[in-house]
Design a protein around this ligand. Structure first.
Ligand code: NAP
Ligand code: HSE
Length: 448
């Protein structure tokens, strides 16, 4: 007997399946781009199964877009009315859930507030809005006892919001580290495995629907920082204001650094990290060297991953597609189905009205191993002088590569250091500059 037959045999026949005993859950969607289209495809593909799980159908009553005449990859669902005013969603008494999939800050914020005040549940994939302006929205949802679902806003299909709110709820999280942006990971993977130039890899990520409408949010690390600030709230129960997070994107990562990192046995990944250091929270988004033997180094393309260390669970590792139409649609659908099943609101995962502020470890006090590349003239003693500048600030060198086989005016010298403070790295680089050792701004990245 095949696996499919086995599966069919276990499935009850139609007369035994749960009846459609409740009225359909009526949703209205703002935005029918990558994610809006993916959500409607997911509902269409799995409609019967959704009814089996929830006992209810999902009816898509209204979809609001800017331009209804635009050519679309996914056709509008036949059942939906297409509108251009967001009021069509929050002022319609038949709509139970408003699904915000537009992106941006002001228009979605206004829509969500109106929808909650009108007694509707809200589902959104908008991490920028929740990271930058989330507090009044969570407060409005609590005041109206409504669900504000945002599983799709962090790491696409990976059920990371639910994992921290429910599955790991009994843990104090000591540390989390993640690949939180599919576009950056796709670009770094393509640059590393195929030697693709940065611009070409970015264009591919845009065509595949991974990038934000403004892709600087992806490549400057801002999107990853939005997600990190949401993860910090969920995992640590702390408010680390998004604007205070140190953020460094991948726009300046060069092919040369990807190759040097490989020579040392590492991959360069854009990581979001947060950890408890003696009661203070150290967090940020940085391009980071990850040893090739670690699972997170093997996360390629648009995949994302989150590694978390709970004091009861021990380490866990979540992995899956972090961007794109269907993966993100899957996460939006899970929030809609939670509403269809009558779940109670548990929006922040904590019972307090406002989360306490994080006691932030100043970024210059953070300690890490470092990769440092300096471009120098090919003169005797330069390696000694660079190492001397580091020794002055207690930075000890673990490994070095000096490329002298290429005749050029400017040669790279690359160091891997032992643990050093960020402030010491900055001071050592300033000293190298004062001594006239450097031909251009050096590149330095953390090592996980
Ligand atoms: P998108 O492809 O650019 O689609 C945006 C949609 O919103 C379009 O249909 C657009 O209408 C509509 N829209 C924008 N502003 C509007 C307004 N003021 N009034 C009415 N409609 C408006 O964006 P997306 O990639 O689907 O992303 C949507 C949201 O999901 C964003 O918050 C994004 O950060 C988040 N997200 C995206 C992904 C992903 O993989 N793409 C993954 C997770 C989360 P027109 O079609 O008429 O232009
Ligand atoms: N632009 C985002 C990314 C979409 O590339 O990860 C998913 O949040």
């Amino acid at each position: 007997m095949s696996q499919a037959q086995l599966h069919d045999k276990k499935r009850p026949d139609a007369s035994e399946r749960p009846a459609r005993h409740q009225k359909p859950l009526v949703i209205g969607i703002a935005g029918f781009g990558t994610v809006g289209g993916g959500l409607c495809e997911a509902i269409r593909a799995n409609r019967e199964f959704i009814i089996q799980r929830t006992g209810r159908d999902i009816a898509i009553k209204t979809i609001v877009v800017r331009n209804p005449d635009k050519a679309r990859r996914v056709p509008f669902p036949a059942e939906a009315t297409i509108a251009t005013s967001l009021e069509a969603l929050y002022s319609d008494p038949e709509i139970d859930v408003v699904v915000e999939l537009m992106g941006g800050i002001n228009a979605p914020k206004e829509l969500i507030i109106h929808a909650l005040k009108a007694g509707k549940h809200v589902v959104t994939a908008n991490k920028a809005l929740l990271a930058e302006e989330g507090e009044p929205l969570f407060a409005e949802a609590a005041a109206n006892n409504r669900i504000l679902g945002y599983e799709a806003s962090v790491c696409g299909a990976i059920p990371v919001v639910g994992t921290f709110k429910q599955a790991l709820a009994g843990n104090r999280i000591k540390e989390l580290v993640g690949i939180l942006n599919g576009t950056s990971n796709y670009i770094l993977s393509e640059m590393s495995s195929k030697g693709l130039p940065f611009g070409e890899a970015l264009r591919e990520a845009q065509t595949l629907g991974y990038a934000e409408a403004d892709p600087t949010l992806d490549i400057e690390g801002i999107d990853a920082a939005h997600k990190l600030s949401l993860l910090i709230r969920l995992a640590f129960g702390l408010n680390y204001p998004f604007k205070k997070l140190p953020v460094h994107g991948i726009a300046e990562v060069e092919q040369m650094d990807i190759q040097f990192a490989r020579e040392f046995g590492y991959r360069i990944k854009l990581l979001g990290q947060a950890r408890n250091v003696d009661g203070r929270l150290e967090a940020g988004v940085f391009p980071t060297l990850v040893h090739h033997t670690l699972l997170i180094a093997r996360v390629g393309g648009a995949y994302n991953a989150v590694r978390a260390d709970g004091n009861v669970s021990g380490p866990i590792f979540l992995h899956g597609l972090g961007a794109g139409d269907l993966p993100t649609g899957s996460a939006v659908l899970s929030d809609i189905m939670a509403i269809a099943r009558g779940f109670l609101p548990d929006n922040t995962g904590f019972s307090c009205r406002e989360l306490p502020e994080a006691n932030i470890l100043p970024p210059e006090e953070a300690v890490s191993r470092y990769y440092l590349r300096c471009m120098v003239p090919d003169t005797p003693g330069v390696l000694r002088d660079l190492a001397g500048a580091m020794a002055e600030f207690d930075i000890s060198v673990a490994q070095a590569i000096q490329k002298t086989d290429v005749p050029a005016k400017s040669l790279p010298i690359v160091f891997m250091t032992h643990q050093a403070k960020t402030s010491s790295m900055r001071a050592a680089i300033a000293r190298m500059d004062e001594k006239g050792l450097l031909l251009s701004k050096p590149v330095y990245y953390r090592v996980l």
